[in-house]
Design a protein around this ligand. Structure first.
Ligand code: PA5
Length: 441
């Protein structure tokens, strides 16, 4: 059993798909022969096979050490340097992991610029043994750099400089960047991010795998799933490749004016997979004045907030449901002698049964309301299928970006805010821009 993709309710005609057969084959060729835009950043395509096995064993060893000597593990990173590991940890561990796991509590920092958040985090970790993984490919991103400066001095005060450095792990470029220089100077254990793997495609590298392993998850199985997906989605024929069908179908819908894709899930544990997916697609495709806007909803919660819009608002969106065939755990609804809440008609039914009926009912209602519906089903949410799913989305994103006619592997737009922020903060080298911006404020 593998991931299944169903677009039978997307309102797409057979010939619409057929028209995209050749462009998809071409996109496949360009991706695999590395002849397209962004071809410096295609290391992720073969990574599930070509990854550095020695480094992989080091991840497992270090994760064991961290688990042994830490009550708290802090992951400092932003964007592609944190969303992947967070997605895995939320999807695959206990819903209340930090409250009941044998392993270290895991907290994320450096993904915002909030002093309140950092102060609160420090209160929570007070008196506990801590290890830190600071992750930044460029090594110069402001948010994680500030958070790390704070935690570095916290650790040095708590443990002394020598002991602190034994508890700090840096994941960054193999040669350049401020974090690399700092890590070398301070003598931290480091993990390398391959040059040809961009942030949002880096979950299978130490960026994602070290925090995931510290959470007690089986990273071998994740890589097995990714490897299987790599094989499955090598097929260049659109009719036989579900991953490419997802890429093609979303492009067909986009061309028909469906410019928003809403990724819907029915399990709260999938929330951060959606956050990761939003980054992957938003940053890869939103450029040159083009791109589907990736949005996400958690059902059934968001039916009580966004349900009305989805059913009845502007018809420029389509819905992709991330469906888990078999839920991890389930619970039966019991009979009550007095049926005061009127729920006895559900006696003997399980929560998952009710959830699936909600899914079916919502799906039909949305289709009737003019929302094209796609389903990506995975047999169950475990490490193996998580690996498959991530690779499915990454490969579909590369193909989809090429079909859209953009470079899916750069993010020039992210730089604009950074330049303005640096100028306003008075960073050396930005004096001219500062002057121009100050006049506008
Ligand atoms: O996908 C990307 O490249 C970005 O989202 C980065 O992951 C993000 O900006 C963080 O960058 P860095 O790892 O260099 O700190």
């Amino acid at each position: 059993e593998n991931i299944y993709f169903d677009y039978s309710n997307a309102g797409i005609k057979k010939y619409e798909i057929q028209y995209l057969k050749e462009p998809t084959r071409k996109a496949h060729e360009v991706l695999h022969e590395k002849t397209g835009a962004g071809n410096d950043f295609l290391g992720w395509v073969d990574y599930p096979v070509t990854y550095d096995h020695k480094e992989f064993e080091k991840i497992k060893r270090v994760a064991q050490e961290i688990k042994k000597d830490s009550e708290v593990f802090i992951v400092i990173g932003i964007g592609g340097s944190y969303l992947g590991s967070r997605a895995a940890i939320e999807a695959l561990t206990h819903s209340f992991y930090n409250l009941c796991s044998d392993g270290p509590q895991i907290y994320f920092a450096g993904n915002n610029i909030s002093g309140t958040y950092l102060k609160h985090l420090m209160e929570v970790i007070e008196g506990k043994d801590i290890s830190i993984n600071v992750i930044s490919k460029s090594g110069t991103t402001t948010e994680p750099a500030i958070a790390f400066r704070v935690f570095k001095s916290y650790m040095e005060e708590k443990y002394g400089k020598e002991k602190a450095k034994e508890r700090i792990y840096a994941t960054t470029d193999q040669e350049k960047g401020a974090l690399k220089t700092l890590a070398e100077k301070e003598g931290y254990e480091t993990f390398a991010i391959p040059d040809d793997v961009g942030g949002r495609f880096s979950i299978f590298t130490p960026v994602g795998l070290l925090p995931i392993a510290v959470a007690g998850l089986d990273i071998d199985k994740i890589m097995d799933g990714a490897k299987e997906a790599k094989e499955l989605y090598m097929e260049e024929d659109l009719d036989k490749n579900l991953c490419y069908q997802y890429a093609a179908v979303r492009n067909i819908l986009y061309r028909k004016g469906k410019i928003i894709e809403v990724l819907a899930n029915y399990e709260p544990a999938l929330h951060y997979i959606a956050e990761w997916w939003k980054q992957l697609y938003g940053e890869s495709e939103g450029k040159d004045g083009k791109g589907i806007f990736p949005a996400a909803v958690d059902f059934s919660s968001d039916l009580h907030s966004m349900g009305q819009y989805l059913q009845d608002g502007r018809r420029d969106l389509f819905e992709t449901v991330l469906n888990i065939d078999c839920s991890k755990l389930d619970m039966e609804i019991k009979e009550e002698a007095e049926d005061l809440d009127g729920l006895n008609y559900l006696t003997g039914k399980t929560m998952d049964f009710v959830n699936k009926k909600a899914f079916e009912g919502i799906r039909l209602a949305h289709i009737d309301g003019g929302v094209p519906n796609l389903i990506i089903s995975i047999p169950k949410m475990d490490e193996y299928y998580f690996g498959q799913l991530i690779y499915f989305f990454q490969k579909a994103c590369g193909i989809s970006g090429y079909l859209l006619g953009v470079n899916p592997f750069d993010q020039p737009g992210v730089e604009s805010y950074k330049k303005n922020m640096f100028a306003l903060l008075g960073k050396p080298g930005y004096e001219g821009l500062r002057e121009t911006l100050m006049k506008r404020i």
